[in-house]
Structure formats: structure tokens, C-alpha cells
Write a protein of this length. Structure first.
Length: 115
């Protein structure tokens, strides 16, 4: 059997131990609240980042599509200019052929007149 002093010491030990556990529990509750607050802030930041990323993707796609359209239009303009240049060169070549024929004809006439 335990003496009254031993019982009192055991009770005191249990009370001290309970107090220490209560203090630890209180600290844990504070820590959990702080972690919860941090997680909520982080979740808000992640949501903002997600929205910003989505907006940036939308703007990028729109800009890229505009650039593609501009490139296509510019390329079509270059093709058109190349076709016009090709036609002009062909017309110049045809005119040169006609001029050479006329010059040959004139030279032939001049030769006949000179003989």
C-alpha cells in the first residue's frame, strides 16, 4: 500500500503532467491555427496565380493568332508582289523580243537600202 505522502506525490506528478500536456495542447492549437491561416493565404495566392496564368494564356493566344494573321497577310502580299513582278518581267521580256525583231527588220531594210 501507498503512504499518504506517496499518494500525494503521485497525484502531484499526475497534475503536473496534465498541466504540461494542457500547455502542449494549447501550443499545438495555436500552431494549427497559424498553419491553417498560412494554408488559406497560400490557397489565395495559388488562386491568384491560376487566374493570372489563365489571363496570360488568353492574351498570348490572342497575340499569337494576331501575329499569325499578320504573317499570313504579309506573306500573301509578298506572293502578290512576286506575281506582279513576274508578270512585269515577262512583259518586259516580250517587249524586248518585239524590239529586237523590229531592230532586225530595220537593219535588214537599211542593209537593202545601202546595197
Amino acid at each position: 500500500m501507498m503512504t499518504p505522502e506517496e499518494v500525494e506525490r503521485t497525484i502531484q506528478f499526475l497534475l503536473n503532467n496534465q498541466a504540461a500536456h494542457d500547455a502542449s495542447l494549447a501550443e499545438l492549437k495555436v500552431t494549427v491555427k497559424e498553419v491553417a491561416t498560412s494554408v488559406n493565404k497560400l490557397a489565395g495566392s495559388v488562386n491568384e496565380l491560376t487566374e493570372t496564368t489563365g489571363s496570360m494564356q488568353t492574351e498570348f493566344r490572342a497575340g499569337f493568332q494576331a501575329l499569325q494573321t499578320e504573317f499570313r497577310e504579309g506573306f500573301q502580299t509578298l506572293i502578290s508582289i512576286a506575281e506582279q513582278t513576274s508578270n512585269a518581267v515577262r512583259q518586259i521580256a516580250e517587249a524586248e523580243v518585239r524590239n529586237i525583231k523590229r531592230l532586225d527588220s530595220l537593219e535588214s531594210r537599211l542593209d537593202k537600202l545601202g546595197s
